[in-house]
Design a protein around this ligand. Sequence first.
Ligand code: HEM
Length: 412
Amino acid sequence: MSKQPFTADATLPQSLQELFGAADPFGLVHRLREEAPVFRVPGAGFWLVTRHDDIKALFRDQERVTADQRASAGFRPRPEGSYLRWVQDNGLLALPSDGHARIRRLVSAAFTPRAVRRMDEQIRDVVEEFAAPLRRRSGETLDLSQDFADPIPNAVIARIIGVPSEGGDDKRFRKLAHAFIRGVVQFATPEAQDGAEAALAELYPWVEHVAAERRVAPRADLVSDLVHAVDRDDSLSDREIIMLVTGLLAAGSTTTAMACILMANTFLRYPEPFERIRRDRSLIPGAVEEVLRFSFGGPAGLARYALQDFTLRGQQIRKGEMLMLSFAGANRDPEVFEDPDVFDIERDARELLVFGGGAHYCLGANLARQELACMLDGLLEILTPGSKVRTDLEGGVRRMFLGQGPFLVQIA
Ligand code: HEM
């Protein structure tokens, strides 16, 4: 069937709702990429960018755009003196480029091969803790969101940072982390922002205290490694360590949880590759990459803000406007990925842009990959052949996308 061209009032998405609620979101993104690759979503106040080459270039462009939300024309700072304001002004995305590069160098100094091996073991332990009770549950309906995908990334970060698992500290930490994350995501409600403020008021002194302790008595954990990381004569201050720990929490929890649900959903829809992986687990790393390419993010993407007026594909972008760099736009671009709508766990996914690019390339990309590989390994034992998503009940993957919600699976 031939494609219908967009007309101003008919098939172009007319609102955020139409964009994110489309019945065929990937089809819509293909059409936008072909016919309106830099598209101003009516009423939404941002430009959606859908071509892989544009997105890749914008990730590396520090002159025309920034990830710092303070450059947005619609930016509303949190009240002076609040913790959230401190995060807005000091987070990784807000630092000037030289200061940011300095922190990245110091953090890499903490990611020694020994530290990475330790993290691998910690990830395996945490995934096993949550996977074990979900095995051999034939005939039952499980909520993989609540019992597997949501708690694991938080628990992994807690373990890596060095939160003790005894004495309830880890549960308290996870609760605070959850409240913090809910309040710092894009489009967070005012109530969620207040919750994040209250959580930070507890997290901030807690991390400060742990950092001070680890300066005196280092342990085998990330805070100790960060405290002692040295690049030439430079090292991180306690405040910078607080910024990094809260940054890891904000960036590494919801993303990984969502990727895990998408992974389960994709494999339940495509059982054949799932069965192949069951027979040959060396396929796991490639399968994780392909799930991220194929399923992560949909039309939505990363925010950038224009630092100056400029033209992109004939569209006039004004200083302070927001550009949203679409994940599906980049990762399903047929110029880069052959047959992009085919799920192929053995494809070359090197041009994947799901972890961003340039200076802010995801600090936790390898950690996320390792976590997802372990989670997939765990899912192979939980999701016995013939298991199905319970689409008859509320809580499919769509609901999960629009907000936190259950992801229910009928175990065969
Ligand atoms: C599937 C899971 C993940 C995805 C898809 C993901 C994706 C991304 C993306 C796209 C960026 C770039 C943001 C931008 O340029 O605006 C980013 C940055 C970042 N990510 Fe991840 N991430 C994931 C997991 C993690 C994990 C597990 C951690 C750590 C625990 C983490 C830590 C970070 C940090 C600290 C940054 C900011 C880096 C900087 O500004 O220098 N991420 N991530």
